[in-house]
Design a protein around this ligand. Sequence first.
Ligand code: ASP
Ligand code: MG
Length: 435
Amino acid sequence: MEVKVFKFGGASVKDAAHIYNVAGILKNYKNDKICIVVSAMGKSTNALEQVFYAYIKEGLDVFKEMMLDIIDFHLAEAEKLHIPLDMLHVDYDALVNQCIKTIEPIDKANKGAIYDQIVSLGELMSSKLLTVYLQQKGKRAHWLDVRNVIVTDKRYQEARVDFLVTQENVNDKVSPLFEETDVLVTQGFIGAEPDGLTTTLGREGSDYSAAILAFCLNVEALTIWKDVPGVLTADPRRFENVEKLDRMSYNEAIEMTYYGAQVIHPKTIRPLQNKGIKLHVKSFIDPDGEGTVIAHDGLLNYPPLVVIQDNMLLMHISSKDFSFIAENHLSQIFKVLNENRIKLGTMRNSAISFTICVKDPGKEKLNKLIEDLGEIFTLDVYHNLQLMTVRYFNKNLIESLTKNKVVLFEERMKYTIQLVVRPSLELIEKTEEEK
Ligand code: ASP
Ligand code: MG
């Protein structure tokens, strides 16, 4: 008997047909014990974010109304799977009531804590549905509330995991469950802080949850089931001639995800690498396909790998008095970036300025950042840019990628080139006119 960890993301459980498909995949693993880490169905996390905003702005009545719709959506999909709805309905009501009881006493200024209590409902609901469905199919399946296992700090919306306590919990509460069950269904993305409030690990964090559990359960392999055949050389929605990689090293995967490749959450690799746990990236549409194996050894030669990020902005930060940008300035800048939780895409410093490229954080956060930095520095900000990162680049590829584009920034390293570009000349003229 081998324990395996499977992660099913939102797209793989987005409706009844997809949940049916998950059960089909499990048929190929009848002799294994499986820990399933599941995301919220489809776009439910986005819907729950709207519920959160509405609660902050308009209060509990609107919250309740909007939650009814979300429950209805889940029940309608459950009905298509012929799941008895009564029990599920009772469970969903209990989850929502518990959430209400928890958020009511929280000061609305404490937005992060409220966000986590509300947005976590998506994973709680999807995992309930999948568990009941598998049980109905005759599987020995068990629903596990991961909040009793993954313990984090109180940094809401981006909580950090306490691996020591989590490991103890896995030993005491999770491993023994496999004596009575074949499939454990639990939630990605969420955990709890020591006082019991729910926390979340950051958007798209379910991959990371799966890696944490794989690490603590000491398994040989984790499989992430996706709507692509494996790790590809570029995003197939943007490029036609993409190739699947059969193998990839942990290091390469860390680099790619660091540069914004969305195939796996960036935090996922480290726990796996630490224990040499193989990561299989496979297609839930073609489950017999080989997928990509990520392990210590990857390929000897990689083809060019392209990662494109939209909606980036470039910020030139210079000292007001034309003094050199030196270490003390840089540490001030990084401190402000860190306080505002802004993640860098790329950066470079020159004598009197420091240039950063970051994902546009939205008006409110950007204004705050500008205010914080503006005390000491002069800032120039350019919006609506694209950051292209190419590993193992060649001249022809760069030429074709930058055709009809204005390159505003370029950083070349041995294996990696980063370019910040504006889509076309016309666009630049248009924005000039608007000024
Ligand atoms: N449901 C969460 C999100 O959409 C976590 C995840 O899917 O990984 O961000
Ligand atoms: Mg997802």
